[in-house]
Design a protein around this ligand. Sequence first.
Ligand SMILES: NC(=O)c1ccc[n+]([C@@H]2O[C@H](COP(=O)([O-])OP(=O)(O)OC[C@H]3O[C@@H](n4cnc5c(N)ncnc54)[C@H](OP(=O)(O)O)[C@@H]3O)[C@@H](O)[C@H]2O)c1
Length: 328
Amino acid sequence: MKTNRTLGRSGIEVSALGFGCWAIGGEWQGPDGQPLGWGKVDDDESVRAIRRALDLGVTYFDTADTYGAGHSERVLGRALGKRRDDVVVATKWGNVFDEETRTLTGGDDSPEYARRALTASLERLGTDHVDLYQLHLSDADPRRAAELRDQCEEFVREGLIRAYAWSTDDPARAAVFAQGEHCAAVQHTLNVLNDAPEMLALCEESGLASVNRSPLAMGLLTGKQRAGRTLEAGDIRNTPPAWMTGFKQGAGADEDWVARVDALRDILTSEGRTPAQGALAWIWARSPQTIPIPGFRSVEQAEQNAGAIEKGPLTAGQLAEVDRMLGR
Ligand SMILES: NC(=O)c1ccc[n+]([C@@H]2O[C@H](COP(=O)([O-])OP(=O)(O)OC[C@H]3O[C@@H](n4cnc5c(N)ncnc54)[C@H](OP(=O)(O)O)[C@@H]3O)[C@@H](O)[C@H]2O)c1
């Protein structure tokens, strides 16, 4: 496998693997106190993990202004430092939050807010431009989104961003953004347990990159999450919101999901891969447009995930076998 992929029709080259920076934002919460982070993090370890990833050839980092209420962007900016121009930085806007109380307070789909949010992200990241700017409101009204797409074109003209995308699982919404000249990607859920054939077809037809969030099914596919294994109190997986699959209130991983992961173990660990590396290998085999962005919290995870690149994709035969085993 080539170690690089193109960020859709933008022509921007990125490593075939990106790093997702949600977890390293640390703790933050919804207006009702619902944890929205992954529990406590050690910022120094996050910085070391990012720098290790850079040394191992990772050139794509995905964050959002709201992760840790601004904290993830600050940690990423600090870790990149002088190496900022060696990498492609993607962030997101649309959620409104209070940095001091680390609380999500709502959403704003106005073009005026997009400019305010972009200005604040540039400051936190310590940069003068964002490479890929992504709308974080996955269910936004498509008519409002068309105005935001036009606003993004204006940001491109001003040199504040290079390209943009919508983070959404809805192909019809993604198609609205795809009409914009500098729309380069869709960020959507894709992992071996959750296929997305319609979205992948749209990406292939429109020349968009398919940037894959939750490629490890929020850790389920690493094999580490077991039924009954309680997670930390501030970890979103311990009190899963309605949209989250695979975890139970205060009870760790759902046993049905764990059984599916166990059934796939032999295929995913072929050629000496770890389960996490196998989950990434499935994504690369699924489409040439895909760029998985696994989350991480340690140097050890960074090394293991970056190590997946040299092992490359699963074979077409293994892909078919996975579908058969999952009854797809
Ligand atoms: N709406 C959106 O736009 C949206 C939504 C979701 C995610 N995202 C993006 O997608 C990225 C990734 O998705 P995700 O955070 O949902 O989850 P994910 O990548 O499916 O899972 C990441 C988690 O798996 C565990 N892990 C990672 N590598 C591992 C390894 N080698 N061995 C063992 N465990 C490992 C870590 O958690 P533990 O160590 O705690 O187990 C890590 O935080 C996010 O960081 C974010 O950038 C965007």
